[in-house]
Design a protein around this ligand. Structure first.
Ligand code: DLZ
Length: 200
């Protein structure tokens, strides 16, 4: 069935030459996990190599803008020094470790050292009793847009700002018949990563 919402029909772009970063918050992990899985699955389906998908975590959505900014900057430095940043290098490390990334011998042969072509920020904000939701949602959204425009790297907005847990589940594809928005974010990252090169 055709629905009003959604990104519409789009040509599938070839992501085989791209290097993509995913930064996700750890708050609301039960929603984050399927969103992350959907995002990664779509990146892989578009041809992005596993070794060229770097995943980094932060405590909450508030930390997403600084992490995306630092991660992209670190990849630019890495590319000029020609050392390798593999898929597993950043897993579980803190954002402060970004300038001292270790080599990953298992992926260094296939992993690219180019700067990220796109960064995907994933977070889930669920409205509570206080004003936290409003402040974090607004500041994080503005921060992510600022990082995107300041760096010129496409920053995909994977921040769910929902009023209820059920709304979050419906957008993570874990309610029956619902759609996983992570897939859209993966598609958007590949499309923008390819187009950014064309526009350069
Ligand atoms: C503090 C907080 C609250 C109340 N709710 C959420 C949330 O729903 N989703 C989320 O990603 N993070 C939340 N946080 C944590 C903040 O984003 C941030 O990590 C902390 O305030 C530390 O800076």
């Amino acid at each position: 069935m055709t629905t009003l919402k959604g990104p519409g029909e789009a040509q599938q772009h070839d992501g085989s030459g791209l290097r993509i970063a995913i930064v996700h918050a750890r708050w609301n992990t039960t929603i984050i996990d399927p969103l992350l899985a959907g995002t990664k699955a779509k990146l892989l389906a578009c041809g992005v190599k596993e070794a060229n998908i770097v995943v980094q975590t932060v405590p909450g959505s508030w930390e997403l803008p600084i992490a995306c900014q630092k991660l992209f900057a670190a990849s630019q430095i890495q590319s000029t020094t020609s050392s390798s940043l593999g898929a597993g290098d950043l897993l579980g490390s803190s954002t402060t470790d970004l300038t001292s990334l270790s080599m990953n011998p298992t992926s260094s042969s296939t992993a690219s050292t180019q700067p990220f072509d796109a960064v995907i920020a994933i977070g889930v904000l669920i409205k509570g009793e206080t004003m936290h939701f409003e402040y974090i949602a607004d500041a994080t959204s503005q921060g992510l847009m600022r990082v995107q425009l300041d760096t010129g790297v496409p920053l995909i907005f994977g921040l769910l700002t929902v009023l209820t847990e059920d709304q979050a589940k419906a957008r993570a594809g874990i309610l029956s018949g619902s759609h996983n928005h992570g897939e859209d974010w993966g598609m958007a990252a590949v499309e923008l990563g390819v187009k950014r090169r064309e526009w350069a």
